[in-house]
Write a protein that binds this ligand. Structure first.
Ligand code: ADP
Ligand code: MG
Length: 337
């Protein structure tokens, strides 16, 4: 049996529960955006780590070294944001192929530094080694969060509404522009920009986590089809998603039309948008949306509802169920990763 037969999550599932037995009360191990353990009576520490491998997660000829440095940190900050936390420190380990120029690495570190400085998150250590021919990047970030504000994937409640903090599918559109070698027109370039320069929603995550009406939360790294399923599995719930409500940027709509891409598929299972996906009490939506807009000059968008049941997602487009979305993802995903 090989990894591709059981998938990443199938593999993690094979060993995760054994380690759960070693975990103490008030600690959360494998299965959320971050591991959670007690810092003091009021706060939790959060720890997250992500591995980026050249030609799997990035194409060295397409993304600049500076952007890659920023993105390596941003995707980890995003996991801290998904829990509602504040990032404190980072660690960076690199596997470097022999033929890589020092100027490339300097530029990578400049990008890493600029985002670190923006979030006041110092790089505190790591490891450096040689790699046969691909650049390998591992970042870990430690964060902190008030206990009552720590938002887990398991916190969704029946009758909650499901919301996102911003547009879906832009990053996947950008990746398609690169993979299909499209010309870099203004609109295409913009999509590539979304793919190469994700913005971790740290302030937004902290703001949402302070709200009593916000329940489960996570960041969107794999696309809502996969990420919402994580919330549903962890919470023992099912969901209905209203596809016509998904926020999609006009630029992506234009390019998708021109290239005859399946827009909904990109928005639902494309991934790497690094917006936040959260569930909340329905009757506080309007108030929260107004407050969120005042602070961040953008809206939160309701895309669905949490229902009873076990981890099923019903995809509705103008009240018509779209069966394709229940079947087609895995295939689509393996083709694009
Ligand atoms: P995210 O996309 O939020 O970074 P992932 O989907 O990569 O999360 O991982 C899901 C969960 O599985 C996380 O809790 C992560 O820490 C854990 N995980 C992934 N790979 C491993 C591994 N090799 N060993 C232990 N835990 C892992
Ligand atoms: Mg995550």
């Amino acid at each position: 049996m090989h990894l591709k037969e059981i998938g990443e999550f199938g593999f993690i599932h094979r060993f995760a529960t054994r380690f759960d037995e070693l975990i103490k009360k008030n600690e959360k191990g494998i299965g959320d955006d971050c591991a959670v353990f007690e810092a003091n009576e009021q706060e939790n520490y959060l720890v997250t780590t992500d591995l980026l491998v050249e030609d799997i997660h990035f194409l060295r000829t397409k993304i600049s070294a500076y952007e890659l440095g920023q993105k390596s940190l941003a995707i980890n900050l995003s996991d801290i944001a998904g829990m509602g936390g504040t990032p404190l420190f980072s660690f960076l380990s690199l596997g470097i192929p022999d033929n890589l120029e020092i100027s490339y690495l300097d530029s990578f570190m400049e990008g890493f530094y600029q985002l670190s400085s923006q979030h006041k998150v110092p790089l505190m250590g790591g490891d450096t080694t040689k790699s046969p021919d691909k650049l390998i990047i591992n970042v870990a970030v430690i964060g902190i969060c008030k206990k009552e504000e720590t938002r887990l994937r398991s916190m969704a409640q029946e009758s909650d509404i499901i919301c996102v903090t911003g547009n879906l599918g832009n990053s996947a559109g950008g990746l398609k522009v690169l993979l299909d070698n499209l010309d870099l027109s203004e609109e295409n370039k913009q999509l590539v920009g979304f793919h190469h320069n994700p913005i971790a929603q740290v302030a937004e995550g902290k703001f949402l986590a302070r709200q009593m009406s916000v329940h489960a939360m996570m960041d969107i790294s794999d696309g809502i089809s996969s990420d919402l399923e994580h919330i549903l599995k962890a919470s023992g719930k099912s969901a209905v998603v209203f596809l016509e409500n998904l926020p999609i940027n006009q630029g992506l709509k234009n390019v998708a039309k021109k290239q005859t891409w399946n827009l909904l598929e990109l928005a639902v299972s494309g991934g790497e948008d690094y917006e936040l996906l959260f569930t909340m009490q329905a009757n506080d939506f309007e108030r929260l949306n107004i407050d969120f807009f005042k602070q961040f000059k953008k809206n939160i968008v309701k895309i669905g509802e949490i229902r009873k049941g076990n981890a099923k997602i019903k995809w509705l487009l103008h009240d018509r169920e779209i069966p394709f979305f229940s079947k087609g993802f895995d295939h689509f995903k393996t083709e694009n990763r």
